[in-house]
Design a protein around this ligand. Structure first.
Ligand code: DAH
Length: 339
């Protein structure tokens, strides 16, 4: 009996597994009800009484060792055959979806690129602003009805703090700290207290451009606008300037482009006029230059501002501007191939 125990013990110590079925086979061979060790326990009954103590001890140790060995083999097998160990570095990677740029970012980048080619560099400012930079320095007199053109979100505790209603505030911030020549393009988000519908939202995006130097004229503005319109909407595009009013420019104008859907012949989109409005512009009012510490007797400048949503609608024919902020992937992935 002792010899048998010894032999099984040696066998167990030498065990190795190469496949997971081996583990189960070992359990059955030694530890199952009819296994070799259980068999020894049966035989134990016929062991002579004076040897029972010694044989019993060895038999128990054998069983304990067998269970322990089986567990060792199991964890060894799992370690060497886990997925981590089995990584095939030569396999092709899982397809990782690339995503796409948001249409507003595409258009913003394009506008900045076009003005970049004219020598404009990007300037940014805060979205939480004060009255001075958004209105007063831009020649909006206090209590002037022009302030109502932009329905503003104020902070209740301080009417001096507000969410900027236009990116024109970046003009004032830049001019306060720099002397001409200044040539900046300012993209950013703006806020207005508008009811949300397919054509209005309480936040949207604008791009502002400002050029201040000696002898800047309306002709310079018009040339820059024409260049921009042709680059953005195609070389056939024509522009038209209509007189308008903004407190911070004098004279002021609104710019239309020839309808890029019907080519100017007239269609439902342009309400049969052949023209669609895209931006506001004008010569910087001398009061604005002076308020920002730039001598209006020496320098002049032009400025313009446009809504990025509007340009995107024209370019990509998006009818409902709420789609820009709904994060619907079916809409966003349509822009995968656009750059
Ligand atoms: N800030 C104007 C708006 O939000 C847009 C604008 C018009 C900007 C004329 C300008 C400009 O710089 O010259 O409606």
């Amino acid at each position: 009996m002792i010899e048998k125990i010894q032999r099984i013990r040696e066998e167990i110590e030498a065990l190795k597994v190469s496949k997971s079925e081996d583990l189960e086979a070992i359990r059955i061979k030694y530890l199952s009800k009819k296994g070799e060790i259980s068999q020894l326990f049966n035989d134990f009954r016929s062991v002579a009484a004076d040897q029972k103590r010694e044989v019993g001890k060895q038999l128990n140790e054998l069983k304990e060792r067998a269970v322990e060995k089986l567990n060792e083999l199991k964890s060894e097998f799992e370690d060497t055959h886990s997925d981590e160990q089995n990584i095939d570095l030569t396999r092709t990677a899982y397809p990782i979806p690339m995503g796409s740029r948001h249409p507003l970012s595409l258009v913003k980048n394009e506008i900045c690129d076009i003005f970049g080619r004219l020598g404009f560099s990007i300037a940014e400012g805060p979205e939480i602003e004060d009255d001075w930079h958004v209105f007063s320095a831009l020649n909006f007199a206090e209590d002037h009805p022009a302030r109502d053109m932009q329905d503003t979100f104020f902070i209740q505790r301080s009417p001096d703090i507000l969410l900027r209603t236009h990116t024109s505030s970046v003009q004032t911030r830049t001019m306060e700290h720099a002397q001409p020549p200044i040539r900046i393009i300012c993209p950013g988000r703006v806020y207005r207290n508008e009811a949300i519908s397919y054509r209005a939202h309480c936040f949207f995006h604008q791009v502002e451009a400002l050029y201040v130097d000696k002898n800047v004229s309306f002709a310079d503005l018009k040339q820059a606008l024409l260049y921009f319109a042709k680059e953005m909407f195609g070389s056939e595009t024509q522009i038209r300037l209509r007189p308008s009013y903004f407190p911070f420019t004098e004279p002021s104008a609104e710019m239309d482009i020839s309808c890029n859907i019907c080519g100017g012949k007239g269609c439902a989109f342009c309400k049969h006029t052949g023209w669609v409005e895209i931006l506001g512009c004008g010569m910087v009012d001398p009061n604005v230059l002076d308020a920002c510490g730039i001598d209006s007797k020496v320098y002049s400048g032009y400025a313009l501002g446009m809504g990025i949503e509007r340009i995107t609608n024209l370019k990509y024919k998006v009818k409902d501007l709420r789609m820009f902020s709904e994060n619907d992937v079916r809409f966003l992935e349509k822009f995968e191939s656009a750059h």
